[in-house]
Design a protein around this ligand. Structure first.
Ligand SMILES: C[S@@+](CC[C@H](N)C(=O)[O-])C[C@H]1O[C@@H](n2cnc3c(N)ncnc32)[C@H](O)[C@@H]1O
Length: 275
């Protein structure tokens, strides 16, 4: 068994933080220890110190940091997660944005899309809510390569689709022996990309015309500073009048006061001011 003390834990934790913005608290020593052990076995290294040296001096391409990141990300997600929030988006925010710029392609960013359930849910909602001639595009990004591979395949188990309304399950999924496959019509407007949210330059290269940014259940793993940095980047990537959606337990106004607070049905939403 490999001994990983607090000192080694902190060194690896700091490397992950500096690359991703993800902050692993001391209460999660065991969680990180398990993952470091897994990497030591793969690399045939003997100790956590050897691993830290490896990360600092031999990982020129950043491949090993990426392997570690793939292991520490939390990928929990499912279709139609946080239904009331999606309802506020679909019934209030989306029609308003679509009406105000009738000729603009609607652009959505799903930041921290994990295995794809969120962007595909949004694609289904847009197909249901918009005029069929209206074009839209969903850019779905994540740092975790394994999650993105699964997202591109678009095949899910029973648990992932448990909250999909039956009528949509029949309309937008094919039932296979191996699970539920998202139909090509749902996939066609979703493009997946590996992007690190903590890398402001890569993020800004995605464009400045997003009407909606969804970044739900992602920033809860970040420190206050990294959260603020990411939300500032989002602000600059959005059109005036665009909306940002964080997870149900996260409050935009606790991170920044740049967005306007609005009521959308029973829900509070955050909008980039018009001017
Ligand atoms: C819990 S999932 C959230 C999935 C989906 N948004 C939802 O609410 O169901 C969090 C995702 O954020 C991704 N993530 C964490 N840090 C990231 C970073 N720095 N850049 C891009 N994605 C990141 C993780 O890889 C993971 O897939």
């Amino acid at each position: 068994m490999v001994i990983i003390g607090l000192r080694e834990f902190k060194k690896v934790r700091d490397i992950i933080y500096s690359k991703t913005g993800i902050y692993i608290p001391e209460s999660k020593v065991y969680f990180l220890k398990k993952r470091i052990e897994n990497r030591l076995k793969e690399l045939e290294l003997q100790s956590a110190e050897d691993y830290i040296k490896y990360l600092h001096f031999f990982d020129k391409t950043g491949r090993e940091v990426q392997n570690l990141i793939n292991l520490v990300t939390v990928n929990e997600t499912y279709f139609f997660r946080e239904f009331p929030q999606l309802q506020a988006f679909a019934e209030h925010c989306l029609p308003e944005v679509a009406r105000k710029a009738p000729h603009k392609k609607i652009e959505i960013l799903s930041a921290g899309c994990s295995t794809g359930e969120e962007p595909y849910t949004l694609s289904i909602i847009l197909m249901e809510m918009l005029d069929s001639a209206r074009s839209f595009e969903i850019t779905a990004i994540d740092i975790d390569e394994n999650a993105l591979e699964k997202a591109k395949k678009g095949i899910y188990n029973e648990r992932s689709v448990k909250d999909v309304p039956k009528i949509y399950l029949e309309k937008y999924f094919d039932v296979l022996k191996s699970g539920y496959a998202v139909k090509p019509v749902v996939k066609k407007n979703v493009k997946f990309k590996k992007v690190n949210l903590f890398d402001a330059r890569s993020l800004s290269m995605l464009g400045k015309d997003f009407d909606f940014i969804f970044c739900r259940n992602v920033l809860i793993y970040f420190s206050d500073d990294s959260r603020r940095k990411v939300v500032e980047s989002f602000y600059n990537m959005m059109v005036p009048g665009g909306y940002i959606f964080l997870g149900h337990s996260e409050s935009v106004s606790r991170i920044t006061t740049a967005f306007r607070i609005k009521r959308a049905g029973d829900f509070i939403v955050y909008q980039k001011p018009l001017e």
